[in-house]
Write a protein that binds this ligand. Structure first.
Ligand SMILES: [Zn+2]
Ligand SMILES: [Zn+2]
Length: 132
């Protein structure tokens, strides 16, 4: 309970609104090459919410990414402005919400960095020197 925080955000054009309750102990920064490509940024940070703790107003566009393992993931974004909103499994039971469009993004400090093997070399140099 103490670990949970209510978050909300809208895409850049305002067409999609999302409210959710996420766990503060499970904020993740992902440095994988897919996150870099999808976001156009060096990394992507996410907060996790189960399906009963998220409400979505508006209709995001869904792109199904097929991983090397054949695993399918829905990548959702605003059809108008392209703001990336979340990723979810095909059954939509768990949502990885992109923290960048949430009003509370500054409080959502990642406690885990994953796929750092593909981090930008300059990022490692500047920020990850103390990490494994
Ligand atoms: Zn939008
Ligand atoms: Zn990733």
């Amino acid at each position: 309970m103490f670990d949970e925080i209510d978050v909300n955000g809208t895409c850049h054009c305002g067409k999609i609104k999302i409210n959710a309750r996420v766990k503060k102990s499970k904020i993740r920064a992902c440095h994988c090459t897919d996150c870099q490509k999808f976001s156009g940024a060096p990394l992507r940070a996410i907060a996790i919410a189960s399906h009963d703790k998220i409400s979505i107003k508006g209709t995001p566009t869904e792109y199904v990414k097929i991983g090397d393992s054949g695993n399918k993931r829905i990548q959702a974004f605003c059809p108008d402005c392209g703001t990336q909103l979340f990723a979810t499994n095909m059954d939509k039971t768990s949502f990885n919400i992109r923290t960048g469009f949430l009003d509370q993004r500054s409080d959502l400090e990642p406690n885990q960095h994953v796929f750092t093997t593909s981090s930008m070399t300059w990022f490692k140099k500047q920020f990850l020197s103390d990490m494994k």
